[in-house]
Design a protein around this ligand. Structure first.
Ligand SMILES: [Fe+2]
Length: 298
């Protein structure tokens, strides 16, 4: 009986996941520094991405703000502590609180990262890399299935930026991600900056990553800045989107078409108006690339 129910839930999640959620336009990561400006000025932002962990509580000011902003804008929930690739058991309280939050917010989708964030109940607050092996793939596939069934909705999984690779990896990152989405039906958040950072740090071709990811699975782009240290790049998310990331964004829009996009600033947070202006650049670039794409297809 329980098995039949699980199969039915899995089938219904696959059906939902088989179509991409609607194109939301151009949004921003929701940051507490901007709550009052958003509510007072209703800026030209199409949607917001809220960090799930900031609101996984029964009440309080942040949740009240989120409710008010949700009343005006579409919201996506983006987590940083699911630890989908960890070998430690899931934190069931975390999953319960995430499900409760998703029921309250009714987000367009729920996302987190392809990484692990801790062991033995300790959250290291970092998005740590995994080996791209068949064994790890089986493990993450099972964990994504589990979370999707628990939440009753597809997950969107994001590529992280990395500074080390595992010598025993058996496939490139994009192949691992492609297999993951094929086997679980999960959607993908494509962080353009993270692809740029990892490609530079490891010496692989960022365009091979773009070309290796299935077109119909990407539901969101992340854009951000980083710190270039000549020999390596640190993914700081604390600066303007640099030209080389805009270049990669052009290629990503050309391949994936219209995809909901945000600028994700995590540190050195500027006034909201500055981010809205930077978002205008994303909008303009995407429109140009989509017009080019349309022309090439006619
Ligand atoms: Fe990101």
């Amino acid at each position: 009986m329980a098995r039949a129910k699980t199969v039915a839930v899995t089938r219904s999640i696959r059906e939902t996941a088989s179509q991409r959620p609607p194109f939301l336009g151009f949004g921003l990561g929701l940051r507490p520094q901007h709550y009052s400006d958003i509510l007072e000025a209703s800026p030209k932002v199409d949607w917001f991405e809220a960090i799930s962990e900031n609101y996984m509580v029964p009440g309080g000011q942040p949740l009240r703000m989120l409710d008010k902003i949700r009343a005006r804008y579409p919201i996506v929930l983006h987590g940083v502590s699911l630890s989908i690739a960890s070998t430690a058991p899931f934190n069931e309280n975390y999953l319960k609180d995430l499900k409760t939050l998703a029921a309250r917010v009714e987000p367009q989708f729920v996302s987190d990262h392809l990484c692990w964030t801790g062991v033995h109940g300790v959250n290291l607050h970092d998005l740590l890399p995994i080996p791209y092996t068949r064994e790890a793939l089986d493990h993450v596939v099972a964990r994504v299935h589990y979370v999707q069934e628990y939440l009753g909705r597809p997950l969107a999984i994001e590529n992280v930026s990395t500074y080390v690779q595992f010598a025993h990896s058996e496939m490139p990152e994009w192949e691992f991600i492609t297999e993951l989405t094929k086997r679980t039906g999960c959607w993908l958040v494509f962080d353009v900056n993270n692809v740029f950072v990892s490609a530079f740090n490891h010496g692989w071709d960022a365009h091979a990553f773009i070309d290796g990811i299935p077109i119909d699975r990407v539901v969101q782009f992340h854009l951000a800045g980083h710190e270039h240290n000549v020999s390596h790049i640190i993914d700081t998310h604390d600066a303007l989107v640099p030209e080389e990331v805009w270049e990669l964004f052009r290629a990503a829009v050309k391949r994936f078409g219209p995809v909901s996009t945000i600028i994700e600033r995590d540190d050195n947070i500027p006034p909201l108006a500055d981010l809205v202006a930077e978002l205008g650049t994303a909008r303009t670039i995407a429109e140009e690339m989509l017009a080019e794409l349309k022309q090439e297809r006619t």
